[in-house]
Design a protein around this ligand. Structure first.
Ligand SMILES: CCCCCCCC(=O)SCCNC(=O)CCNC(=O)[C@H](O)C(C)(C)COP(=O)(O)OP(=O)(O)OC[C@H]1O[C@@H](n2cnc3c(N)ncnc32)[C@H](O)[C@@H]1OP(=O)(O)O
Length: 194
């Protein structure tokens, strides 16, 4: 059974937002926003190493290969890891708006078991925006980009100011990120689109 709570239904005053004119072009790889991100960081040996690509309109696609370190049951991906893959893909959508936003709510349906070695083909789309709230949805397919849907999610992201990270993150990592001599990497660590 699948469904969604009213918290994930856009209100009547919600609008379909415009893609930002400087959003990455369709087909462009978004790259990791932070090396230590569990979803996309290349500096996380057991992370998902998820690679997202801008799509047309308000869409992104991504791929994630399930490895042994991602197991829950023998030979199968852990559900929380799959939810992370959905969350990360949905999060990368906000680049298309050049908005800084964090996940407020994520509702996930697990429809098929996902074996180790599978490539999860993810697609996500922004459906609507209402004030600071961004409503989006995602699917993850196995057996190819046109394969059956194994997992899906609806999400609500909330736009925040960069202070959300600076004020709440542990000071060691915040200071390291803020002192990064690479200006683009410094900005992206806080999910600010360069
Ligand atoms: C490229 C980037 C990839 C990143 C991918 C990964 C993304 C993530 O995982 S981010 C990390 C996980 N998320 C977090 O840590 C967020 C933790 N939560 C918070 O910091 C806060 O609760 C936060 C910022 C979401 C909202 O707090 P605050 O800014 O005070 O806003 P608040 O006034 O409570 O809510 C704003 C609106 O959102 C709604 N809202 C907030 N949370 C929820 C929720 N869980 N469910 C439904 N509605 C919600 C509120 O009802 C309110 O609606 P309205 O404007 O209609 O009154």
């Amino acid at each position: 059974m699948s469904g969604t709570t009213s918290a994930l239904t856009p209100p009547s005053y919600a609008v379909v937002p415009d893609r930002h004119p400087e959003a990455p072009a369709p087909g462009e790889l978004l790259g990791s926003h932070y090396g230590q991100c569990f979803g996309c960081g290349t500096g996380q040996p057991h992370g998902l190493h998820l690679e997202a690509r801008a799509g047309e309109g308000l869409r992104v696609s991504a791929e994630f290969t399930v490895r042994e370190v991602h197991q829950g049951a023998p030979g199968l991906a852990h559900g929380g890891v799959l939810a992370t893959a959905l969350d990360e893909t949905l999060g990368s959508l906000n680049w298309l708006l050049r908005a800084i936003a964090v996940t407020g709510r994520l509702e996930t349906d697990f429809k098929l078991p996902v074996p180790v070695g599978s490539v999860l083909h993810l697609e996500a789309e922004i459906k609507a925006v209402a004030g600071r709230k961004i409503y989006s949805t995602a699917t993850g397919r196995i057996g190819g980009p046109e394969g059956p849907v194994a997992v899906r999610a609806d999400a609500l992201f909330i736009q925040v100011k960069v202070e959300h990270f600076i004020d709440n993150g542990r000071s060691e990592e915040i200071n390291a990120a803020m002192n990064d001599p690479d200006q683009v990497r410094r900005a992206r660590a806080f999910e600010v689109n360069p």
